[in-house]
Design a protein around this ligand. Sequence first.
Ligand code: PLP
Length: 408
Amino acid sequence: MISNKMKSHVGAEGVIRRMFEAGIQMKAEFGAENVYDFSLGNPNVPAPDKIQESIKKIVDTLPPGKIHSYMPNAGFPEVRVEVAKHLNKIYGTLYSEKNIIMTAGAGSALNLLMKSMLDIDDEVVVPCPYFAEYKGYIENYYGKIVEAAPRADGSFLPDMDSVAAAVTPRTKAVIVNTPNNPTGVIYPESVIKELADVLRKKEEEVGHPIYLISDEPYRDIVFDESKYVSGSGADNEEIRHLPWMPDYYDDAIVAYSYSKSLSLPGERIGNIIIPDTCDGADELIGAVTTANLVTGVVNAPSLMQLVIARCLDEKSDVEFYRKNGEILYDIVTAAGFEAVKPQGAFYLWVKAPGGDDNKLVELAKKHHILMVPGSAFAGPGNVRLSYCVARDMIERSRQAFLDLGDEY
Ligand code: PLP
């Protein structure tokens, strides 16, 4: 018999799983080339060549004890030194290995942070819409997710009054995600500054730190960085970057993943950056490191840590995703739907006519198009299309979208 808690998670998972299963069935019935599957966020750009080369080199040259053994729970010190150096080069920061904890992807990073911060009934504020797993990550540690509404202007950026209203004395953290899954929206610097101002005021009011956890698996999948950059690196293509959250808020923590930026989701590798400016930084670093151990992760995969240290300058084919997003946006809007113009990540967020996302998903299935209802991301009235898919599938889906549009 499974726990009641787990039952609720299994139910929530159902939507995407049902879509996945519907896809398998449809492909068997109508032929894979006649099904347009936009349901999953599995990167289809291959990992950079240097990843394979590094794996081979490491396996061929390092002694087995070095590759396959336990290590400090935060990860290989020399890998963390390289990650810190890489970040310092880009963001002009002064991190050392101490500030970096290697993790089994961003999913694990967020779990370690929740495990370290939450007591029973502590609250975590999350602006809507959001990555569906956050609820599970928070509830794993008996915390409560508190949703904050997006702005009413259709930008899908967080509404600051709603964020402020969501904070209570039980609030331990706010999780934001930019570039965003499911909307493809990027927070401009002005929004980050507003958010930091709101949280600083709230910290004073509640009398304890409120950590701003920036979940950034898509940080390196940005289509027009010049729109967002400021300060150091703005003129230098090599180190151009989105605003770095800890530059704006002392209690900011970054969760990063190589799943999307280097197409390595199955390898489970990422990291957490806890700057010294964070309230109780040393204690938190110690707690997160121990959380790696007590949650049974123990440490991030050792081979992948060594690979990442050699591939920090590698990049995904962002242009491929940008072009996919542009083509899909044109197809969907030509079919009469309203959508958010893609800014980063690889998701198109489309308004469901009449506000019924489940109806749109069901009608789309009739035309062999698979998408995920926005309700699964606390964004009802919209649907998510993942465009980390083959270009020709997007092109082939054009007529199906036109036919779907005609149904409205
Ligand atoms: N956060 C967001 C917003 C995501 O979209 C994902 C994966 O899709 C994750 C976290 C988890 O990624 P990882 O594979 O690094 O655990």
